[in-house]
Write a protein that binds this ligand. Structure first.
Ligand code: 5GP
Ligand code: ZN
Length: 114
């Protein structure tokens, strides 16, 4: 998708700290981390949000979870734990309209959800 920041990151048109990439997903460091480890996991295909997922996207989105698991292991936080967040729409403050999963870890979470 033209003019999508995260499409440009997965296409390497703009720089980011990619920690893992395959033909389906890209995992990279959030530019403004809110935890010692803060990664973003995106499908390479432009899917806007959970609400706009279509039939057939389930397999791609399922791979976000396996990428999160592998990234947590690679980051050394699979035992200490981590939080996965997907913001959807205005009330959740979704800022980038290319679906992404936040992986947060590396320290005890201080604030409750919501
Ligand atoms: P959202 O609020 O949409 O769930 O989260 C968007 C996330 O993307 C934010 O945590 C923000 O810091 C991150 N972000 C925004 N622009 C960039 C960028 O250019 N590069 C990287 N690596 N992360 C970004
Ligand atoms: Zn996109």
């Amino acid at each position: 998708m033209k003019d999508c920041l995260f499409c440009k990151i997965s296409n390497k048109e703009i720089p980011s700290e990619i920690v893992y990439q395959d033909e389906v997903v890209t995992v990279f460091k959030d530019i403004n981390p809110v935890a010692p480890i803060h990664l973003l996991i995106i499908p390479n295909r432009h899917i806007v949000s959970v609400q706009e997922m279509e039939s057939g996207d389930e397999e791609i989105l399922g791979k976000l979870f396996s990428a999160a698991k592998n990234a947590a292991e690679a980051s050394g936080i699979s035992d200490s734990g981590y939080r996965l967040i997907i913001n959807n729409g205005p009330d959740a403050n979704q800022e980038i309209f290319h679906i992404h999963m936040h992986l947060l870890g590396g320290g005890r979470m201080k604030h409750p959800m919501g």
